[in-house]
Design a protein around this ligand. Structure first.
Ligand code: ATR
Length: 268
């Protein structure tokens, strides 16, 4: 039996165990995936422990993704993003980041290609960073905007992207083909809107990385007749990319999606 795990703090609500255990079962693998609460100060010990015990691989989540950078050998993508969400133990402790690939594959899943598209990316946290890196590799014309300008412009500068002031978000939305919400806004029912959704047009694609509920942004996008994509498939594909790194096998996407949707009670 090979053990895989996700480390984070808090970790109780992680959907990774449900998703990966369903994948292992569907593939007939003798493996199990468990969530462990690990604090930043114990991350080094926990990583060494997992390696010593022969774990097959790990995922990391908040607040460990950045802290892991100095504890593992990050690959080129993880280095560019500055964060690690996946670790493999095949010849050392290798750090990967599959968040950006997850976002890109989710867009592709819904028939969206970003090459040559004008993308407005809202946010400057870890998720926004991963998406900015990946989509700029794929030829998107990205404009970053963020509530805190300094963080947004620093991210834009890191990847040579444009920055637009958050006070002009509606103008920025109107002049883009794809709008991506990479902030935490919309996770809770009472969250305010980032902008007046009535300005969305039906030619646009709106991708919201929030997956726990249908956000007001996505409802507005649907109302406008735009293509509305939620964060479920990004979660699934970042997990699928990790699965592939660990096992070398093609991941059972439908099974993983089904497991996540039923855990979320979102079978739409
Ligand atoms: P993650 O690593 O998951 O992306 P994070 O680093 O906490 O999370 O980043 C959260 C993002 O949501 C940030 O871009 C944050 O904007 P600030 O840089 O100004 O903090 C954004 N965010 C959170 N609450 C927001 C709100 N009410 N309005 C606009 N942006 C918000």
């Amino acid at each position: 039996m090979i053990v895989y795990a996700v480390f984070g703090d808090p970790i109780e609500h992680s959907l990774s165990p449900v998703m990966h255990n369903a994948a292992f079962k569907a593939m007939g693998l003798d493996a199990i995936y468990h969530a462990f609460r690990v604090t930043t100060s114990r991350l080094g010990d926990a990583l060494r422990g997992a390696e010593s015990m022969g774990f097959g691989g790990l995922n990391l989540t908040i607040p460990l993704k950045e802290a892991a950078m100095s504890l593992v050998e990050p690959d080129e993508t993880a280095r560019a993003i500055g964060a690690v969400n996946t670790i493999s133990f095949l010849g050392g402790m290798k750090g990967h980041n599959t968040d950006g690939a997850g976002a890109s594959m989710a867009l592709r899943h819904y028939g969206v290609s970003v090459n040559g598209s004008r993308v407005l990316l809202i946010g400057a946290g870890g998720a926004a960073r991963a998406i900015a890196y990946q989509l700029s590799q794929e030829g998107a014309e990205i404009v970053i905007t963020n509530r805190t300008s300094e963080k947004g412009s620093a991210l834009a500068e890191d990847f040579g992207l444009s920055f637009g002031d958050f006070s002009e978000i509606e103008k920025l939305v109107k002049s883009s083909d794809i709008v991506i919400n990479a902030t935490s806004v919309g996770m809770h029912e009472k969250d305010p809107r980032l902008f007046d959704g009535r300005i969305i047009s039906k030619e646009q694609v709106v991708f919201d990385i929030i997956y726990n509920r249908e956000t007001e942004l996505l409802r507005d996008a649907k109302k406008a007749g735009a293509k509305a994509i939620d964060g479920v498939m990004m979660l699934v594909y970042q997990g699928a990319a990790a699965f592939r790194i660990w096992t070398g096998l093609e991941e059972p996407i439908d099974v993983m999606e089904g497991a996540v949707r039923s855990a979320l009670n979102r079978n739409e």
